[in-house]
Design a protein around this ligand. Structure first.
Ligand SMILES: Nc1ncnc2c1ncn2[C@@H]1O[C@H](COP(=O)(O)OP(=O)(O)OP(=O)(O)O)[C@@H](O)[C@H]1O
Length: 311
C-alpha cells in the first residue's frame, strides 16, 4: 500500500535536528541501560526508536505488524493511530519486549532488543514509562505508595522517594489525594496517578496505550496537558490512540497503521487521512492563508502548559 507523504525529506531532517537540539538542551539521557560510552550507537545520533522491516504475525492469517520501518528521534511526540485491530498495541508490546518480532530489527537507543536477555528485560523496562487505558494501579496501595513503588523497584533511596514523589504528585495535580486509594478516585485522577507513576523516574521514553480511552473530554485535556508537559521536559512520548480530538488538537507526528502496515507518516498530522494538515500544507505551498487556522495551529504554551493544572 502506498504511503502518503505530506512532508519533504528536508522537513523531516529539520525536525530531527530540532529534536536533537531540544534533547541537548534538556539533557535527556540514553535508554536501554548501560553507560553512554558503552551503549551501542543508533544509526542516527538522536534516534530513540528504530523499527527496520519489523513483522509480527499472530498466525498465518493475522498480521499484527507487517514490515514496519520508522525512526523516532529524541524529544519527538508520536501518535500511533488506526482502526481497531490495526496493530497499534502489537507495536507497543514489541517495544516493551512483551513479544518478539518474527523478522526485522527493533532498536531502542541503539540497542537491538533481541540482544536483551530475558533476565535483563526488567532493567530495560525501567527506562520506559508506561501508561495503559485501564490504569493498572495497585488497588490496596494509596496514591503516594503507588507512585513510590515505581521508585522503590529501581532501588531509589528513601530520601529520593520522599523528595520525588511529592514533586510528581504536585505536577500531576494530586497533592490533595496522597492518602486516597484508587477506588476513591475518579477515572481521570486514576489516570493521572498512572502518568505520575510512569514519569516519576523521568524515563527517556514514555509509552501510552489509549491513555484517554476511559475518560471524558475534559479529563482527556488534563491528561493531554500532562503528556505535553512531560514531552517538553525532554522525554520522547509515543501515544497509541483512537482519540481524534487529542490528535487533532496537538498536531504532532502521526503514524497511521492499517492491517499492520504503516500507511501514513506525517510530521504534524491529524487523526484522519487527507486531514486538514494536508490542505494546510498545500495552502502554504501556494502562499495562501491556512484554510482552517484555528484547528491547525500548533498548541501554544498557553493552550496546554497552563499552571491551572498543577496545585
Ligand atoms: N494475542 C493475539 N493472538 C492472536 N491475534 C492477535 C493477538 N493480539 C492481537 N491480535 C490480532 O492482531 C491484530 C492487531 O491487533 P492490535 O491489538 O495490535 O490492534 P490495535 O490497533 O491495538 O487495536 P485496538 O485499537 O482495538 O486496541 C488484530 O487483527 C488482532 O485481532
Amino acid at each position: 500500500m502506498a504511503v502518503s507523504r505530506s512532508t519533504t525529506d528536508r522537513q523531516r531532517a529539520a525536525a530531527a535536528r530540532q529534536a536533537a537540539a531540544a534533547a541537548r538542551t534538556t539533557g535527556t539521557h540514553p535508554v536501554a541501560g548501560g553507560a553512554p560510552t558503552s551503549a551501542p550507537r543508533p544509526s542516527h545520533p538522536s534516534a530513540v526508536i528504530e523499527f527496520r522491516g519489523v513483522t509480527k504475525a499472530y498466525d498465518n492469517t493475522t498480521a499484527g505488524v507487517h514490515d514496519a520501518t520508522f525512526t523516532v528521534h529524541r524529544g519527538e511526540f508520536l501518535f500511533l493511530v488506526g482502526q481497531t485491530g490495526a496493530g497499534k498495541s502489537t507495536l507497543m508490546k514489541l517495544l516493551l519486549k512483551e513479544m518478539e518480532p518474527d523478522s526485522g530489527v527493533i532498536r531502542v537507543a541503539g540497542r537491538d532488543l533481541s540482544e536483551i536477555t530475558h533476565k535483563k528485560v526488567p532493567y530495560y523496562r525501567r527506562n520506559l514509562g508506561v501508561v495503559f487505558q485501564d490504569f493498572k494501579l495497585l488497588p490496596n496501595r494509596t496514591v503516594y505508595d503507588n507512585v513510590a513503588y515505581a521508585l522503590q523497584v529501581t532501588g531509589a533511596s528513601r530520601k529520593q522517594i520522599r523528595r520525588q514523589v511529592p514533586d510528581i504528585l504536585r505536577l500531576t495535580g494530586l497533592s490533595t489525594k496522597l492518602h486516597n486509594y484508587p477506588h476513591q478516585l475518579s477515572g481521570g485522577e486514576q489516570q493521572r496517578v498512572s502518568v505520575a507513576r510512569a514519569f516519576v523516574n523521568h524515563p527517556p521514553l514514555l509509552l501510552a496505550d489509549e491513555p484517554t480511552g476511559n475518560l471524558d473530554p475534559d479529563t482527556t485535556i488534563g491528561i493531554m496537558q500532562l503528556l505535553y508537559r512531560i514531552n517538553k521536559a525532554g522525554t520522547t512520548v509515543v501515544v497509541a490512540t483512537h482519540d481524534e480530538g487529542m490528535v487533532n488538537r496537538m498536531r504532532r507526528r502521526v503514524i497511521e497503521l492499517q492491517g499492520g502496515q504503516i500507511v501514513r507518516d506525517e510530521v504534524a498530522g491529524g487523526y484522519g487521512r487527507d486531514s486538514e494538515s494536508t490542505a494546510e500544507f498545500g495552502a502554504l505551498m501556494r502562499g495562501e492563508p491556512s484554510p482552517t487556522p484555528q484547528r491547525l495551529r500548533q498548541p501554544s504554551e498557553a493552550d496546554l502548559f497552563d499552571d491551572a493544572f498543577a496545585d
